[in-house]
Design a protein around this ligand. Sequence first.
Ligand SMILES: [Zn+2]
Length: 444
Amino acid sequence: MKIVYIVHAVDTEGPLYESLSAKFKRIKDLYGIDVKKRNYTEFKKLLKKKIIHNNKKINISDIFSSHLNKYNENWSQINEMIDEMMTDQFRNKYKDSFNDCYKFTWHCLDHVGFINNPRKRTLGFHKIYDFYKKKITNNKKYGDSIEWHFHPMSTFKDANFCATSYFRDPIIYEILCRKILDRNFFPSSYRAGFQAERPDSNWFLEQWIPFDITNMSIKNKTHWEKFRDFKNGRSGNWRNAPSNWEIYNPDIRDYQKKGECKRYIGRALNILNRIATITQKEVDNAFKRTDKLKKPVLMGVSSHDWRDIRTEVDFVYKLVKSASKKFKNVKFKFLSVQEAFQKTIFNNKVKKKLKIKIIKSFKGNKDHPNLIIKTSGCEIFGPQPFLAIKTKNNQYIHDNFDFIKKNTWGYAFHENTLSLDKVKEIAIATNDQFGFTYIKKIYL
Ligand SMILES: [Zn+2]
């Protein structure tokens, strides 16, 4: 089938404030220009390319175009934007070949454990998730969905920085435990913070999350060298990953290479951005690819909710309509990230059919209290389900199952794990081999 499945994945982080001194700091970090007089007059001069540095007129419009410089700095600005986006008037302006409306997948972030917060990010578990969950639940007809985004803890716990090492802080497990136990949510797809992955995140995702829409590779390999924050493999480094809109299974040792992992990586380009930005040529390439292969193609675009997403949708839709005129026999459809991966990979032939049987043996003197999980119907995605435990003193703990035999895992409560009398709640979460998500609470 000649069809482009279009997904709009939003790194959903709540408001972001940028003071004037933070703007000058960013100019210094990105271009190495240390402006001495840091006031609005100087900033406006910079915007008009009136500052000469090393005999060159400085062009900072890459990072400070009116679109890129206009942030949603508080929740009322985000609320106003989202309320407009959750109307028939907005959604029906952007219809696909099936007369269906535009869709978003909100990859929600929890900022937790940060100490320094100069850009006034919203801190706390579920704060961002709850805001979007309510908006989406109240507007179900548009078909938006929620997924997961994560920023690894920065070295000195600054909320405005994003590291790449996932396990210098165990918060990643607590965030997922709380999502499962408190919100009955577990992700099927992922967007990496700063689009940065490394071997540790590759291996973490391979255990539980089947779909990853973080690849932003582009053909022009010199692109990355223009920016101090991306050159030489810094930050979101996808320079060696496929740049032709294919979905690939990464190599276990190198997330940018095709390999034997079970997880799937799709590509999403930024919109109106200095880095890996979507262009008419890229959209045409997605249409050209499905036309040539006669198979569905997943085309992703990505945003942040602290920017004006309305402007970005308008821009993307024009590119899509223009490509659609050039490739008249190719259709395009707006989907959630989960559904787009499923339809592209499995060609419409999947159903939710995993059965999970929980055998709990919490009483009796012959053995430690223990859990046995058996699945049937199809395979689970990863090597084991995700186990989430809440203790009576409100700690959230993730721990390991291990294999008993094929599709059967066990976990015991004893002095090397934790005793059952300390436990308040238990739940397990898993995706199946087709990327459907299942959560089961286990009652004590
Ligand atoms: Zn982010």
